[in-house]
Design a protein around this ligand. Structure first.
Ligand code: IPM
Ligand code: MG
Length: 359
C-alpha cells in the first residue's frame, strides 16, 4: 500500500533540514519495501514570495489527502513587517486548525552522552525523559475576539484565552493515554489561581483523570512549572498544558537537552498528522549548511510511528540518532560537546550510513 507524504520545507533552515529528512525517507522506503511518494509545496515566506499568501488552499487540501505532513520551519526577518494575515506563521496556524491538529507531542530526552551539553548541571538533567502534551488549536492563539482596534482615541490590542470543555477533554485523554505508555504520571499545568479558562481546565482534567486510576495526576501552576523545569526536571513524565503555556514551556524544556536543534514534535488530530522540529527557521544560520537536522530526523521517526504505523522504521531512526550522538558526533550548535562537528548534510549522511550499517 502506497503512502503519501507532503513535504513543506518552508523557510530558512527548514529547507536544509527537510532535505536530510528526504534521504532517510527514501532509504526506509527501499529498506522496508514501503511504497512512499512525496510531494513538496511552498508554505510561509516562500509561499508569500511566490503567491502573496502564506499557504494556498490547494496546499491545505494536499495535506488533508496525505498520510502525513513533514514541515521544516516558517518565518524570517524579510516578512516581519507584513500585516497579521500575511505573516508566514499564519500558514502554520491555518494548517494546525484545518487539519484539526489539537494534540501536539513534544518529547524531551537528555541523551546520557550529552548531559554536559545542558546549561544546567549534568546531575540535574541526567536521565530526563519527559513529554510535553500541548493543546494546539485553542487558547490565546485562536480565541475571539482578537485584533488591534481603536478605543477612545487610542489603539487597543486584544487576545482571548478561550477553552470549551470538549477541547479540554480530548487533549486530556491524549495526555493520559500517552502517560499509560510511559511512567504513568501527568502534571497538568495551568494558571487556575487567576484564569477562568484554567479553572475549567483543572475541573475537566480532574473528571477525566478518574477514568485513569493507574495514572497519577498532579496540578501545577505555570510559573511554578517554569521553575521546576530548571530545579528538578526529572520529576516530570507527561506535562499536559494549553497552547501558549505549552509553547513557552517546551522551548524551556528543549534547553535541558542543550539545544533546541534536538527537539522533534508530532501534531495529531482526527486526520492527517503533521511533524516538525520545535525550532524555527533560524535566519541567522540559514544557507550555511550548519543547522542541526536531528530534530527533523527525530520528527520523521515520530511520523513513521504515529501516522505510517511503522514502529520498526521509527526505532531504526531513533537508534541511529543515539548511536551517532554517543559516538561523539554532533552539529555546530552542540560543538562544545562533540568530538567531531558535522555539517547539516554530513549529519544526514551519517545517520543514513548508521541505519544502513545496522540494517
Ligand atoms: C512553535 C512555534 C510556533 C508557535 C510559531 C512559529 C507560530 O513557536 O511551534 O512552538 O508559537 O506555536
Ligand atoms: Mg514555540
Amino acid at each position: 500500500m502506497s503512502k503519501k507524504i507532503v513535504l513543506l520545507p518552508g523557510d530558512g533552515i527548514g529547507v536544509e533540514v527537510v532535505r536530510e529528512a528526504e534521504k532517510i525517507i527514501s532509504f526506509i522506503s527501499e529498506q522496508y519495501g514501503v511504497e512512499i511518494t512525496t510531494e513538496t509545496h511552498l508554505v510561509g515566506g516562500a509561499s508569500l514570495d511566490a503567491h502573496d499568501i502564506p499557504v494556498k488552499d490547494e496546499v491545505i487540501e494536499a495535506c488533508k489527502k496525505a498520510d502525513a505532513v513533514l514541515l521544516g520551519a516558517v518565518g524570517g526577518p524579510k516578512w516581519d513587517d507584513y500585516p497579521p494575515e500575511k505573516r508566514p506563521e499564519k500558514a502554520l496556524l491555518r494548517l494546525r486548525k484545518e487539519l484539526g491538529l489539537y494534540n501536539n507531542l513534544r518529547p524531551v530526552m537528555v541523551f546520557s552522552s550529552l548531559k554536559d551539553a545542558s546549561p544546567l548541571r549534568p546531575e540535574v538533567v541526567d536521565g530526563v525523559d519527559l513529554l510535553v502534551v500541548r493543546e494546539l488549536t485553542g487558547g490565546l492563539y485562536f480565541g475571539q475576539p482578537k485584533g488591534i482596534s481603536e478605543e477612545n482615541g487610542e489603539e487597543v490590542g486584544v487576545d482571548t484565552m478561550r477553552y470549551t470543555v470538549s477541547e479540554i477533554e480530548r487533549i486530556t485523554i491524549a495526555a493520559f493515554e500517552a502517560a499509560q505508555k510511559r511512567r504513568k504520571k501527568v502534571t497538568s499545568v495551568d494558571k487556575a489561581n487567576i484564569l477562568a479558562s484554567s479553572q475549567l481546565w483543572r475541573k475537566t482534567v480532574n473528571r477525566i483523570a478518574k477514568e485513569y486510576p493507574d495514572v497519577e495526576l498532579e496540578h501545577m501552576l505555570v510559573d511554578n512549572c517554569a521553575m521546576q523545569l530548571l530545579r528538578n526536571p526529572g520529576q516530570f513524565d507527561v506535562i499536559l498544558t494549553e497552547n501558549m503555556f505549552g509553547d513557552i514551556l517546551s522551548d524551556e524544556a528543549a534547553m535541558l537537552t542543550g539545544s533546541i536543534g534536538m527537539l522533534p514534535s508530532a501534531s495529531l488530530g482526527d486526520g492527517t498528522g503533521m511533524y516538525e522540529p520545535v525550532h524555527g527557521s533560524a535566519p541567522d544560520i540559514a544557507g550555511k549548511d550548519i543547522a542541526n537536522p536531528l530534530a527533523t530526523l527525530a520528527s520523521v521517526a515520530l511520523m513513521f510511528r504515529y501516522s505510517l504505523n511503522h514502529e520498526k522504521a521509527a526505532t531504526a531512526i531513533e537508534s541511529a540518532i543515539s548511536k551517532v550522538l554517543n559516538a561523539g558526533f554532533n552539529c555546530k550548535d552542540m560543538s562544545r560537546h562533540a568530538r567531531q562537528v558535522l555539517s547539516t548534510s554530513e549529519m544526514g549522511d551519517k545517520i543514513l550510513a548508521t541505519m544502513k550499517a545496522s540494517s
